[in-house]
Ligand binder design. Structure first.
Ligand code: SF4
Ligand code: SF3
Length: 556
């Protein structure tokens, strides 16, 4: 059985995983994920038409997000769970069709013509049948029909939607939803289901994904800060504390909050891993004394780091990798994450995680104290905007670098460490997402009391970075492109795709993107991105710094 997937940066040979995913995704899971995307397009075709007639359904809206999020890289490798979702998708598509037909009947007094193509898909009766259906509807089938450029653009939109769906799902979990977001998803999916594409329409739809993603990241910002307060600069211990331990990874702050509550009298210490690090900056999470610190680094180091961690591990979202046997019995998934054979905590009763932590050795002694600082969200940074603006005006701060994005395992990512190290002393580095683990323990010092390294948060906190940039531009009376600010981004999976689309939607030019360009961006599409947006691949740290700053000697 073969497969084709090119949705992430580590795709095989830089072109596509064809025999087995570099991420560990097997061909069956890949086919079932393709089927989910196909089915959700058909669902969107009916849901969009129904909404235009005034009818919508909260379960259909939410499931659209969950289905797309499930197919994001490193989220769910459990083929059976994905097959189950495909079955539920069929049921909800039927419900969307009935909703549309009833609304049409009410308004027009007659039944609408049935939709064909993707909207008419009927889920196969069993697992093997579903896999076979998935094999027939993937990227290769589309490329044969429409060519690489159009297929690449369609998948640029699908990947952007997947990333945005992940953020929308996080926001929904904390009670923030916007019907306009669901309406856009169904409209976009309906367009994709029509299979009559023009390059211009696809490009403008891709930018609209970016626009809606901005709205969604705003919702998520409101959700996170509403539930847990605005992040404040917070020192985080990055070495172990003696005692039993649970490590929490992923992006879902609510899962962490629930676990903190359930463990508060257990004597177990809780640590963050990867994208959970920014949680320490939120007052309502930081208040738990047993949230003792951060352990390890970015997701791609998890096999080594989880192996060495003497406690239980909870994966709340992407990015999970194949668990090593050594910790298979003490790693748990929750939410949409899945790995076959790993215990899944569906109902947020983390008792099995707590038991596993108590059964494990825990840390025998304290590690040497070492700290980093997180918590520079938009509220904290803009709270000292006057100081920052004065420092820019006086020349104390020459330039800002946003060095952020997803990390990954492939070589070439040392670029980001080298760049951060070589940024001159009169420049400030803003960072976010998991790429920062390559340099966030280095000592960067301060400029007039402002730390030279400001950790804004998770990848979705790109929203904070955009707010900060917008406020600075406003204060200086210029556009964001005229600010002394350079964006140097690392991408790995589909959340980075939707953030890039948001930046392009905002008209931000001159973004450097690495460590390699997406395989689904064909040379012709790349030409458009270069001509219209000045997107460029990363070079070497020194070349890029010279191109941005000219002289690398600090002015003071
Ligand atoms: Fe390959 Fe990435 Fe797809 Fe996994 S998600 S199969 S690594 S392209
Ligand atoms: Fe991306 Fe997995 Fe790190 Fe949220 S999500 S940043 S790679």
């Amino acid at each position: 059985m073969s497969m084709f997937c090119y949705q992430c940066e580590q795709t095989a040979k830089g072109t596509g995983c064809t025999a087995f995913g570099v991420c560990g995704k097997d061909p069956e899971t890949s086919a079932l994920q393709d089927l989910l995307v196909h089915g959700v397009i058909g669902l969107g075709m009916y849901a969009h038409r129904a909404r235009q007639l005034g009818a919508s359904d909260a379960e259909i809206d939410r499931f659209t997000m969950e289905a797309l999020f499930t197919t994001v890289t490193n989220v769910n490798f459990d083929a059976q769970r994905i097959a189950d979702m495909a079955g539920r998708l069929g049921t909800l598509r039927d419900r969307a069709r009935a909703m549309y037909e009833a609304a049409y009947q009410t308004q027009h007094g007659s039944a609408p013509a049935p939709l064909s193509g993707t909207a008419a898909w009927e889920p196969a009766a069993n697992f093997d049948g579903l896999v076979r259906q998935g094999e027939a509807v993937g990227i290769e089938a589309m490329t044969a029909k429409f060519g690489a450029d159009v297929t690449g653009l369609v998948y640029l939109i699908i990947y952007g939607l997947k990333g945005t769906a992940a953020y929308a799902d996080h926001a929904k979990i904390l009670g923030q939803e916007d019907p306009a977001v669901y309406a856009f998803f169904h409209e976009a999916l309906e367009y994709l289901g029509r299979e009559e594409y023009t390059v211009n329409e696809l490009l403008s739809l891709a930018l609209r994904v970016g626009e809606v993603n901005l709205t969604v990241m705003g919702l998520l910002d409101a959700a996170n800060t509403g539930a847990y307060g605005h992040p404040v600069p917070t020192r985080v211990r990055i070495t172990p504390v003696k005692g039993k331990a649970i490590l929490v990874s992923g992006h879902d702050l609510k899962d962490l909050a629930i676990l903190l509550e359930q463990t508060k009298d257990s004597g177990i210490n809780i640590y963050t891993h990867g994208e959970m690090l920014p949680a320490h900056g939120y007052p309502e999470l930081h208040k738990y004394p047993h949230l003792v610190g951060n352990y390890g680094s970015a997701w791609q180091n998890q096999q080594r780091e989880f192996d060495a961690f003497p406690g239980a591990i909870l994966m709340t979202t992407n990015c999970i990798q194949k668990p090593k046997e050594a910790y298979q019995g003490r790693i748990f998934t929750t939410g949409l994450v899945g790995w076959p054979g790993v215990t899944h905590v569906a109902e947020k009763d983390f008792a099995p995680v707590i038991e596993a932590a108590l059964a494990a050795d825990g840390f025998a002694e304290d590690g040497p104290e070492q700290y980093i600082t997180v918590g520079f969200g938009h509220n904290a940074v803009l709270g000292v905007a006057d100081v920052v603006i004065d420092a820019v005006k006086s020349g104390a701060i020459r330039h800002f670098f946003l060095i952020g994005g997803c990390d990954g395992a492939r070589s070439g990512r040392n670029y980001y460490t080298e760049l951060a190290e070589q940024v001159p002393q009169d420049c400030v580095i803003l960072t976010l997402a998991c790429g920062k683990f390559r340099f966030n323990t280095l000592e960067f010092g301060e400029i007039g009391g402002i730390p030279r390294l400001l950790d804004i948060g998770q990848c979705n906190d790109a929203y904070s970075a955009i707010k900060i940039a917008g406020a600075l531009a406003g204060a200086f009376g210029v556009g964001v492109n005229e600010l002394p600010l350079s964006l140097i981004l690392s991408w790995y999976e589909q959340k980075a795709v939707c953030i890039l689309l948001s930046l392009l939607h905002l008209g931000i030019t001159g973004i450097r993107l690495g460590p390699t360009l997406p395989a689904f961006v064909t040379p012709d599409v790349l030409k458009v991105l270069v001509e219209q947006f000045g997107v460029m691949p990363t070079g070497t740290a020194e070349e890029d710094l010279r191109a941005i700053l000219g002289d690398l000697t600090p002015a003071n």
